[in-house]
Design a binder for this molecule. Structure first.
Ligand code: GUN
Length: 297
């Protein structure tokens, strides 16, 4: 058997198109564009690439992008003052402070200063709490994107065995909450889990979010399992390569002969994150403007 390849890139493109259509309707109803403010502190190269892609995608979807680039030695006081101004700015619906922050800045304090109603990353404890008790808030973009891919592939997840590998606040924990909300039977596995292969073996759904290249092997998987690979790891370059290959947390080449469906790396979960960020920003805009959030967003 060869697994179906779950095309996150195509799904993300269609989500972005849908967001773009609704963004135009929002502008017509509200008399202004939905707006996303992105704050980047310092010059981390990967963060610069992400921030540029977020800017381009926001503009392409017909929304306003406000970029704030601050020097690496920005004080916490100045950063918190900027977040305060963005919280108060009616043109700004969503605020994203790009992580990681330089070491001298307290990430938790900065996230806590973002208004929960503009926290389109879903990182604020208020939004984590809303997710935990089943209230509507903002859900972190990557796990919400994984959930969209899963429901599109499987429909109803009720009663399915799901194993989430990884327990981060950004992916593992919210992923588990979403799966639980969808009535799956959920296990969160992590670095201290005993006999991880046998835990994974019972899963109808595997979500791998550990950041270890090709850790999940084909013979860990149940036949026909749906595998969502959140990992993006660069292998060391081999002869003739300038840069090593990008691989996920799952051994894709092996897993595709056992799994029922699997996301590739790249082109699986990765493109979903920005598409969901745009979606969350537009939802924030509708809520902030006291307009009904359209169905299907
Ligand atoms: N750094 C890497 N991914 C993310 C993300 O989704 N949001 C923020 N704020 N920072 C990140």
């Amino acid at each position: 058997m060869t697994a179906e390849r779950i095309d996150g890139k195509a799904f993300a493109a269609s989500l972005r198109e849908r967001v773009g259509e609704h963004a135009a309707q929002f502008e017509a109803s509200a008399g202004r564009k939905a707006g996303l403010a992105v704050v980047l502190v310092g010059e981390d190269p990967a963060s610069q690439v992400y921030v540029r892609s977020k800017h381009k995608a926001t503009v392409a979807a017909g929304m306003e992008s406000f970029e704030h680039r601050l020097p690496a030695d920005t004080s916490e006081e100045d950063l918190l003052a900027l977040v305060d101004r963005l919280n108060a700015d009616e043109a700004v619906d969503g605020i994203l402070v790009q992580l990681p922050l330089p070491d001298h800045l307290d990430e938790q304090a900065v996230i806590a200063s973002i208004s929960p109603d503009k926290d389109v990353d879903g990182f604020h404890v208020t939004n984590a709490g809303r997710l935990a008790v089943g209230q509507s808030g903002f859900v972190p973009c990557t796990p919400l994107g994984c959930m969209m891919l899963l429901t599109e592939r499987l429909g109803d997840l009720s009663g399915l065995e799901a194993v989430v590998i990884g327990r981060s606040n950004i992916v593992g924990k919210p992923m588990a909450q979403l799966l639980l909300d969808a009535n799956a039977t959920v296990t969160i596995a992590h670095s201290r889990t005993k006999d991880l292969p046998s835990v994974v073996k019972r899963a109808d759904i595997v979500v791998a979010a550990v950041g270890r290249a090709e850790m999940v092997k084909a013979d860990w998987l149940k036949d026909g399992a749906t595998v969502i690979d959140v990992g993006i790891n660069r292998l060391p370059p081999t002869d003739g390569e300038e840069k090593g290959r990008l691989v996920g947390d799952v051994d894709y080449a092996g897993a595709k002969s056992v799994a029922g469906a699997i996301t590739p790396v790249p082109g699986g979960v990765g493109p979903m994150t920005i598409a969901v960020l745009l979606r969350n920003t537009l939802v924030a805009a509708y809520r902030n403007a006291d307009l009904q959030v359209p169905d299907g967003l």
